[in-house]
Design a protein around this ligand. Sequence first.
Ligand SMILES: N[C@@H](CCC[C@H](N)C(=O)O)C(=O)O
Length: 303
Amino acid sequence: MTARTLPFTKGHGTENDFVLIPDPDGSISLSPSEVAWLADRRAGIGGDGVIRVVPTALAGEPAVMDQASDARWFMDYRNADGSVAEMCGNGTRVFAAYLRREGLEQDAEFAIATRAGRKHVRVGADGETGEASYAVNLGPWRLSAPDQAEVEGSDALVKVDDHEAVPALSLDLGNPHTVVMLPAGRELDALDLTRPPLVQPTPLEGTNVEFVQVLGPGHLRMRVHERGVGETRSCGTGAAAAALAVRWWAGGSQAGGSEAGDRWRVDVPGGTVHVRALPGDEVELSGPAALVADGAVERPERG
Ligand SMILES: N[C@@H](CCC[C@H](N)C(=O)O)C(=O)O
């Protein structure tokens, strides 16, 4: 029997916003329709995603529970439509901020468990604002179709609004991404992302689609249409995918070329995040996290 009244915290990372539900004894089960209701901006609390904060040992998913020896807390992430996602980059920062505020993690460095494996978080201060900044090693990434990408420079086509389909690159950052370089003559702000872009071939598990514009060396702008949500004001794994795709296009290999660089500032509608390619095939995302409200919500009779 799970509780009718749920305590919650609302937070965001560059305006990618989440409803956090603490579940210290692993007793809360959220159905897809309850998640969609919590994320509903009119009938519920509102958010791009819902995160259950549960001890890793009580996650109930064997591949996650295997991470319990290094990561005490599991980020159980769901998209606003109730679907389950493997990872959320902005979510990891907000999750880390919550664990620290609640005293559940006290060190400046710790690991969290996700469906895409254990992620290492480092809490520091932003060099410009002095505010808390969270750097998360998103772990290994890979091209989804490296052979095709090597030959053609892309492995998918994306069509948005009524314009011609453009080549795109698919990357796996624990969750799926398809990155499109904004074609010449098109305005990033003018793209109609109220409907999902058409991706071909259509990925069975769906994909997050990023549209990227290069503003200068190491400086990108991006808009995103997220799987299970719609357009959001930021996507952390998406920002990393965008930077890695630009690097790959510049360097022609997964490791990039010397001209490709390894640090990017990525401007999104909700703010700015930073991405750093780490030695090997790992990538780090850093940026702010804010916890803006706490409350309690009464679950509807039927979830
Ligand atoms: N906003 C997130 C990604 C959330 C999950 C995504 N919609 C998916 O289904 O893969 C981020 O910051 O990475």
